[in-house]
Each structure stands twice: as C-alpha cells, then as structure tokens.
Design a protein. Structure first.
Ligand SMILES: Nc1ncnc2c1ncn2[C@@H]1O[C@H](COP(=O)(O)OP(=O)(O)OP(=O)(O)O)[C@@H](O)[C@H]1O
Ligand SMILES: [Mg+2]
Lengths: 286, 279
C-alpha cells in the first residue's frame, strides 16, 4: 500500500483489492490483473483436451472412462429431459437447508461458548467430544430415528456443517483483541453494544472461514446422504450410474458437484470479501 | 504498612477543594498472584494541570492509570475524579493507550465517533470534523486504519478521546511507539490541541524530555512495590525549548532522580501484564 499515505481513499475504491497495478505490464490482457483468473483455467483446459484426445485414439476404454464429450452429451440430454434440473434442485435444497440448520445452531452455540466462560465450561467439552465421532457414524441412528426420508438426510448434513462453523466462531470470539474490547469498556458500551460493535465485526473473518469450510462439508455429506438412499439428487445419479454401468453418468454427476460446490463457495467468498474490505492482509494485496 | 482507614464510601468528598480534578487516596493494588504493584499512592492533580508519571519499567505506572480510568479497581484506597468516586469508566475520563487501538473495520471518521453516544447525526458530523481538523486529519476521514501511518493512527486515537470532551485525559506512553521526530512533533501538537479545552492531563512516559516538554509536574515512581518516590514542579516557562539550558539542567535532575530507583530494577516486567482479569 504505497500510495495510501498520500491519498486518502474513499471507501468505494478501497473495496477493489485487485485494482490494476500501474507498474506491472498492462499491455497484454493475460497479464493485466483483470484477467488473472484466466490463469487458473489453463491447466484444467489442457487436461480436458488431453483426455479427449487420448479417448479418441482409444487409450482410455470408453466403457470405463468415457471422453469429456460423452460426459457433456450426457449432461445435455439430462438437461433436455428436465431431469437434471430436478436432481440439482433437490440436492441444492438439501445442502442449503442442512447448511442453514447446522450453521444456525453453530452460530448460537459458538457465540455463546466463545463469549461466556461459564457456557464454555459447561458446553464445550460435550461438543468437542461429539466432534470426535465420525459424522457418518450417526447415519444408522438418524435413519432409525427419522426414517430414510428427508429429515435424516438434512440432519446428517447439518451435523457436518455444524462443527467447522462452531469451532471457528468460538475461537474467533475468544481471540478478539482484548485491547479493542477495552476501548469499548472505556466508552462504556454495555454487553449488547460491545457484541455488536466490537465482537461481531472482529469475529467476522473467522466466522466466514467457518461458514466456507462448513459449506464444503455440507456438500460432502449430501453425497453420503444421497448415496445411502435417495431416489433423486446428484448423489442418486452416482448410484444410478454405478448400478446401470454408465460411467459417463457418474462423471457427469462428479462434474456437477464440483461446479456447484465451487459456485456456492464463490458466493460465500464474495460476500466475505465485501464484508471484510477493511482487512489488512497479505492475501488481499497480491 | 499503614494504610489509611478511610472507608470506600460512594459519597462525594466534601473536603476536596473545587480546583482539584483528580485525587488518589491511599491507593493500593495487589494482584491476585500476590504481587504488590502499587502501595499507598496519594496524589492530587489540579484542574487543567499536566502531570507526568515516570519511573522504571514495571513500577506500576500503567496500573495506576488504569485504576484512575476505572478499568481496574484498587485493592485499597479510593480515586476521585471531579469529586466523584471512580469504580468504572466515566464519560469525563478520556484514555489514550500506547497503541492507537483503532477498530480496523471502521473508517477514520467512524473511529473518531466511536465513543459518542446520544447525539444526532448532524451533531456527530460537526464534532467529528471539528476534532479531525484539530489533529489535522480532515482529508483522511474516509481512510481505513490500515492506510494510516503510526503517527496518523495515534492522532486518530487522540481525536477519538477528545471528541467526548473529557475533563481529564489519561495517556499511557502515547508516543513511545513512534520515531523520535514524529514523537517531538506530536508532543508539540498535543499541547496545541490541549489549548482548546485545557483538560487535565495525566501522562505516563518513559521519555524524560517528553515529561519536560509537556508537564507542569513530574512524579517519579519507584518500583516493587510501586510508590511515589519524588515529585518535581517544573518552573520552566512555556513554550519550552528542548535546547534551553534550564531545560537541560532539569533533564539532568530528573535523570538523577530516576537513577535512584535503579536498585529495584531487577523486578520482572512482563510485556503484557494484564491477564484475563479485565474480561
Ligand atoms: N494482572 C496482573 N497480575 C499480576 N501482575 C501484574 C498484573 N498486571 C501488572 N502486573 C505487574 O505489576 C507491575 C506493574 O505493571 P505496570 O504495567 O503497571 O508497569 P508499568 O510501570 O506500566 O511498566 P512499563 O513502563 O513497562 O509499561 C509489573 O511488575 C507487572 O508485572
Ligand atoms: Mg505501562
């Protein structure tokens, strides 16, 4: 931040972390910072082309490892029949609902155990020991309690989402700078104001990290839930592809999972960057 | 150890003359680990007076200031600010820490307003620009803390403390993290700003010159347990020049006074001596 001391920046401009740097060669679009994200695409594209080529010369057996074009065709026909939309919709619904439930509970409990020492002493040991149970171990119990339908699936996803959000939020609250809290005390903020004006913004970075890894686990557990028994959803396509011997269906499902997972994470990441424009960190300056 | 037996009554104290802003009466601070940080501190500071507290590291200067600010409670004794007994932070007491302690998510403008309560937006804006002008940072109102230099950030902290118009301002080594040149500039600047409302200043410092430039009175503390060792009323005319002969003579006197406390320097001085107690 070399220029920042001579020119104050309005807030709107400080939000653009990736503003073009004057010194760096801005001549070619590939090197200007607006297009830097293209770099991330280079390797995947090369791999896809190689895969397609190798499939065409028969290097990969088509009945086990179909070409990308076959996979795309599968996705396309699923789209045309309207099936794909339904599968995506139900899977997305499960992830979102499970995520909201899990992160909601984690937010309440994490904030509580982070802020109050008493709550920490009572609740955290229990939650930490629950965390050590591999989440999939809950499956039989959930199915017994809630049946094979939606509730048990949502519960599993919620459990997966819960722990990263809980842990990050709790330690985030605990690590809020004592010195900033003291400033709040000097100005006589009451507990509620202190939470709202100091703890909440100070905890936000850790919280967003927690939400993002929680969402990642949510996607992981929706696959598990749908593999174990579903008649719809992207996870069901995996099972369907396996039982009917259609690897292109499995690959299509995997690709869609990758795309959707990335997309939802990007949404969270963007919201995070918007909220954390004030951060002074190495990652933002590159 | 003869502590004064005065009760810690919450009534205001009728025997203190009107012109007294701060009064410490037999203040003792013993930490939970048994360490005696302060022992029987008696001190009065007049309205508008500038007092410096100096002493070796770990002699309890910060502890004393925190007790005056109401951030810590004394084990024994009583603090009065403006004739009110102090047990918790009060609006008329301003505090400036060694670090700026700005909220990194707020702009300079919002940081300065942090302690303002119960005013309309227009009034807030008026006051904010008033103090920002005094510290010379109007142009940086919309900047974020990470865009400020150390000296600028500390000026924002000063503005944040000034905006509530405290009648007494406590400063704990406010410029010690800055380089010598900026420090000198800010010392002069502090005096300039002080002229507007003339709040009482109690300043903790390691820097003898800083004490000499700023204060009417210098109090030398001695450590383990922290006690007032000596007190000097500075008869130097203002504005003070660091190169003045009298100034230099005073400097020598104070250095000598500080040297007397060298025998107890062995006591440990943790960098961050405040555990979770304040939470
Ligand atoms: N919470 C605490 N518990 C135990 N001891 C403490 C605590 N806070 C401070 N102390 C001790 O009290 C003594 C005085 O601390 P204080 O921070 O007031 O010193 P200081 O004069 O401000 O030192 P410095 O000049 O280094 O800032 C130190 O020896 C410190 O170790
Ligand atoms: Mg100190």
């Amino acid at each position: 931040m070399s220029q920042s001391q001579t020119s104050p920046r309005s807030r709107s401009t400080t939000r653009h972390h990736n503003r073009p740097q004057p010194g760096k060669a801005a001549s070619h679009p590939l090197f200007s910072s607006r297009w830097l994200w293209i770099r991330g695409l280079v390797l995947p594209v090369v791999c896809l082309i190689g895969w397609e080529g190798l499939s065409h010369i028969g290097f990969f057996p088509p009945n086990l490892f179909p070409a990308p074009s076959t996979v795309v065709q599968t996705i396309w026909s699923l789209t045309l029949s309207g099936e794909l939309f339904q599968h995506i919709a139900i899977t997305l619904y499960r992830v979102v609902v499970g995520f909201v439930i899990g992160s909601g509970a984690a937010t309440l409990l994490g904030a509580l155990t982070g802020y109050s020492r008493l709550a920490h002493q009572f609740l955290d040991p229990l939650l930490q020991s629950l965390r050590n149970i591999p989440s999939l171990a809950w499956v039989p119990l959930f199915i017994l309690w809630m049946g094979i339908q939606e509730p048990s699936k949502l519960a599993l996803i919620a459990v997966g989402v819960f722990f990263p959000v809980y842990l990050n939020l709790m330690s985030g609250v605990q690590q809020v700078d004592r010195k900033l809290v003291e400033v709040g005390k000097v100005y006589r903020l009451n507990s509620l104001q202190l939470i709202q004006r100091v703890f909440l913004p100070a905890t936000l970075p850790a919280y967003i990290v927690g939400l993002r890894s929680g969402l990642g686990l949510g996607w992981m557990f929706v696959v598990a839930a749908e593999i174990m028994g579903a008649s719809q959803g992207l996870g069901y396509l995996l099972v369907d592809g396996q039982t009917t011997g259609r690897p292109e269906l499995i690959l299509a499902s995997i690709l869609l999972f990758a795309g959707l997972g990335k997309l939802t994470d990007a949404v969270l990441a963007t919201v995070g960057h918007r909220l954390l424009y004030w951060q002074d960190s190495y990652g933002l300056q590159r | 150890m003869a502590y004064s037996d005065k009760p810690n009554s919450a009534s205001s104290d009728p025997f203190t003359p009107e012109t007294i802003m701060l009064r410490l009466d037999g203040v003792v601070k013993q930490f939970s680990n048994g360490f005696m940080a302060l022992d029987d501190i008696h001190l009065t500071v007049e309205v508008g007076e500038i007092v410096s507290l100096v002493g070796t590291s770990g002699c309890g200067k910060s502890t004393l200031l925190r007790i005056i600010a109401g951030l810590d409670v004394p084990t024994l004794g009583q603090v009065w600010v403006n004739h009110q007994p102090i047990a918790s932070p009060q609006p008329e007491i301003g505090m400036i820490f060694q670090e700026p302690r700005l909220m990194p998510w707020l702009t300079v403008y919002e940081n300065v307003q942090f302690g303002l309560a119960g005013l309309s937006k227009a009034e807030k804006e008026h006051l904010t620009y008033l103090v920002l002008e005094r510290v010379g940072l109007t142009a940086f109102a919309q900047a974020l803390p990470r865009q400020l230099s150390g000296g600028m950030a500390q000026r924002v902290a000063i503005a944040r403390a000034l905006i509530t118009k405290p009648s007494i301002l406590l400063l704990d080594e406010p410029f010690s993290a800055l380089d010598a040149f900026i420090r000198m500039k800010l010392q002069d600047h502090l005096l300039e700003i002080w002229q507007y409302d003339r709040p009482t200043l109690v300043l903790v410092t390691h820097d003898i010159e800083e004490a000499l430039v700023l204060s009417d009175r210098v109090i030398v503390l001695r450590s383990n347990p922290g006690r007032i060792h000596q007190e000097f009323v500075l008869d130097l005319p203002r504005p003070r020049k660091r190169t003045d002969l009298r100034f230099q003579q005073w400097k020598e006197r104070l250095l000598n006074a500080l040297d007397l406390t060298a025998d107890s320097r062995s006591s440990s001085s943790a960098e961050d001596p405040l555990p979770l107690e304040v939470y």
